[in-house]
Write a new protein. Structure first.
Length: 319
């Protein structure tokens, strides 16, 4: 029996596990993964803990790092749109945007022609409408190319989308969100900022918090610990038994009640594990009840994962 048996630690990737902000902003080469993180993750797993990444990146955009980071559970991808097993190259669980989304995005495009739009497909394909320099830097950062879509016609885009990403200045994205809300469309989606100029759109109920509970159920864990730096991490941070953030996190996260550790460049995930090893995780979750209160309603949905799927995964759940 290891000291972390039954505990799931979920970490955001960009600017939590690895500092990528400068690379995205300037095109500079990314730093290596901090050895402090890698060594600590190995210790965590050796003591029975389950470690996984919860990223806003699409399945294909995270692939280059999936083999570099020691994990023993699938990854949460698409900002909570799905759970993907890179060892089996298969989705464990996936959501899709409503079929009406293409027409709604076309209306957004007509009202906000200057906004760039990234469209993510379940097979890993990415299309971009009105590409900007940011899209090119993002493709360079992730190593995933995209196809330029001239329009949002069904013959160009199709209907199967796992998520959409609006790219513009923050004020413009606020107006996009208001546009969707005024038409009653926002209630069908999770609309959350993952940076000052990125607005994520996933299916309603598909966020990092909901997927954290699904993954916790899949792994048959009793405890959930989370670390993240941005607003799209708040859904899982609020559900955690203990929540952490790197010092470089946005103010909304830093002021949410998380325990703040070092800057991600200094090995923030390693610092989190060191705190857990020292027993410094006795604070309750952000909701005041160790994650139980906010999680209770969602846990029922998390249990839809079948035993057959669980047994098929490399964490050897229940064996």
């Amino acid at each position: 029996m290891g000291r972390f048996d039954g505990a799931l630690l979920l970490s955001d990737f960009d600017n939590t596990l690895l500092y990528t902000e400068e690379g995205l902003r300037t095109g500079a080469a990314l730093p290596p993964l901090p050895e402090r993180n890698l060594a600590a993750i190995r210790r965590w797993m050796a003591e029975g803990g389950v470690f996984a990444v919860a990223t806003g990146r699409a399945m294909a955009a995270y692939r280059r790092y999936a083999g570099m980071i020691p994990t023993n559970a699938p990854a949460i991808v698409d900002n909570g749109g799905g759970i993907y097993d890179y060892r089996r190259e298969a989705y464990v669980y996936a959501t899709a945007l409503p079929e009406t989304t293409r027409l709604r995005l076309a209306a957004v495009r007509e009202a906000f022609p200057q906004v760039s739009l990234e469209l993510y497909h379940p097979d890993g394909g990415i299309q971009v409408v009105n590409p900007s320099p940011w899209n090119a830097r993002h493709a360079q950062l992730t190593g995933v190319t995209y196809q330029v879509a001239a329009d949002l016609e069904e013959g160009t885009v199709g209907t199967a989308l796992s998520k959409a990403l609006f790219v513009a200045e923050h004020g413009e994205l606020e107006r996009v969100r208001e546009f969707l809300a005024r038409r009653g469309w926002a209630e069908d989606y999770e609309l959350i900022f993952s940076s000052g100029h990125l607005l994520e759109m996933t299916a309603r109920g598909a966020d990092k918090g909901a997927m954290a509970l699904r993954l916790k159920a899949l792994c048959r864990c009793e405890k959930l610990y989370c670390v993240g730096d941005h607003m799209n991490d708040l859904p899982m941070l609020r559900l955690a038994d203990a929540a952490f953030a790197p010092a470089n996190a946005v103010e909304e996260v830093l002021s949410s009640g998380v325990r703040v550790v070092c800057h991600c460049r200094e090995g923030a995930v390693g610092a989190v594990i060191e705190a857990l090893e020292a027993g410094e995780h006795l604070q309750v979750g952000l909701n005041g009840h160790g994650g139980a209160a906010l999680g209770a309603v969602r846990v029922q949905n998390a249990l839809h994962l079948t035993n057959a799927v669980a047994r098929g995964h490399h964490i050897a759940v229940g064996q």
